[in-house]
Design a protein around this ligand. Structure first.
Ligand SMILES: Cc1cc2nc3c(=O)[nH]c(=O)nc-3n(C[C@H](O)[C@H](O)[C@H](O)COP(=O)(O)O)c2cc1C
Length: 172
């Protein structure tokens, strides 16, 4: 396995194209590693730092995990067809199943953070949460509320400073 370090913005077009389809948001607490599919978010510059911004509903196991770990990794499939794993990790909860094991996903240790990345994917961001913001219910347009928040399961927005970004090449 070969690591190629990239600048945080170097692959942002490819990342955003794939994010709409799905990427993996991975968390680790103690020995437990969980991953879930995300499609909302992106890279922002705030306080002069590059941040990966992710939207996580309060109901997710991943929310509970990231609240404890204060870090996450984002793994983005660029070439490999990971639709099956994205669908599974986007519908099953880490409270009920070990998604990594069930989908036969491979973990590679984080280079800076404690949380691993999914080496089945090519593009990776390691992130440390430096800010978070629960959505302000009163500010959400009514039509958006009706489409996305009928059960009041709002998102909390995590701002993860990108502390490492790279491509993993070669066999896992
Ligand atoms: C394509 C796709 C995109 C998704 N994007 C998000 C997202 O951005 N934020 C979120 O909270 N859930 C999102 N989900 C839903 C979670 O992945 C799903 O509820 C998952 O089972 C949560 O797992 P967990 O309970 O182990 O955290 C998405 C699901 C799919 C299929």
């Amino acid at each position: 396995m070969k690591y190629q370090t990239i600048k945080y913005h170097e692959m942002s077009t490819e990342m955003l194209e794939q994010l709409r389809i799905g990427a993996f948001f991975t968390t680790k607490v103690g020995d437990k590693v969980n991953t879930m599919t995300i499609a909302w978010g992106g890279i922002n510059i705030v306080w002069n730092k590059p941040l990966f911004v992710a939207y996580v509903r309060f109901s997710r196991d991943s929310h509970e995990m990231v609240e404890k770990s204060c870090e996450f990794t984002i793994s983005v499939p660029l070439k490999k067809d990971m639709r099956k794993a994205l669908a599974y990790c986007g519908t099953k909860s880490g409270r009920d199943v070990n998604k990594i094991k069930e989908m036969n996903l491979t973990l590679a240790p984080g280079r800076v953070v404690e949380t691993p990345v999914l080496s089945d994917c090519e593009l990776h961001y390691e992130c440390k949460v430096i800010y978070k913001l629960p959505m302000e219910h009163g500010l959400i347009p009514q039509d958006v509320k009706e489409s996305y928040y009928r059960h009041d399961d709002y998102h909390i927005i995590y701002y993860g400073e990108i502390v490492d970004s790279y491509i993993i090449k070669g066999e896992k």
